[in-house]
Unconditional design. Structure first.
Length: 141
């Protein structure tokens, strides 16, 4: 099974495309390994910083002491198009950091907004928050 196929299977298992279900969320590795589709995240950025830059930036954020995890929300899957990676417009940060801190960490990736919480309900694969952690998200229009 390819990384893309495994990612799609994980998203579908979480109810992707099922009305009334929270959108799925996956690990950075699930979303970025073997992904070279600039349209999969931050597609409104001009110039696009590139998928490797997105991945490295988010990995470095996840490595911070104040961060429990970083998850990528899956908004859309085009199963029939083998060249198209699943699409995301939002990344979640499980963190003790403030919105202002997260905004600073994310400057290079230019999200349109930083907000509090899961936008469409708690994803099935979301881990339980550790004490003192909360959910923030970065969104690209």
């Amino acid at each position: 099974m390819s990384y893309r196929e495994a990612l799609i299977a994980k998203a579908l298992k979480q109810g992707c495309g099922v009305e009334g279900q929270p959108l799925p969320a996956v690990s950075l590795e699930d979303f970025f390994v073997e992904n070279d589709d600039l349209g999969s995240i931050g597609c409104n950025l001009e110039p696009h910083p590139g998928i490797p830059r997105f991945y490295q930036t988010l990995l470095s954020i996840r490595d911070r002491e104040s961060v429990q995890d970083v998850l990528v929300e899956i908004n859309e899957i085009e199963v029939s198009d083998q060249g198209m990676w699943p699409f995301s417009e939002r990344v979640y940060f499980l963190t003790r950091a403030s919105k202002a801190e997260v905004a600073t960490w994310m400057e290079e990736l230019e999200p349109d907004s930083i907000a509090e919480g899961y936008m469409f309900g708690i994803p099935a694969a979301a881990p339980e928050l550790l004490p003192g952690m909360r959910v923030l998200n970065a969104w690209w229009d």
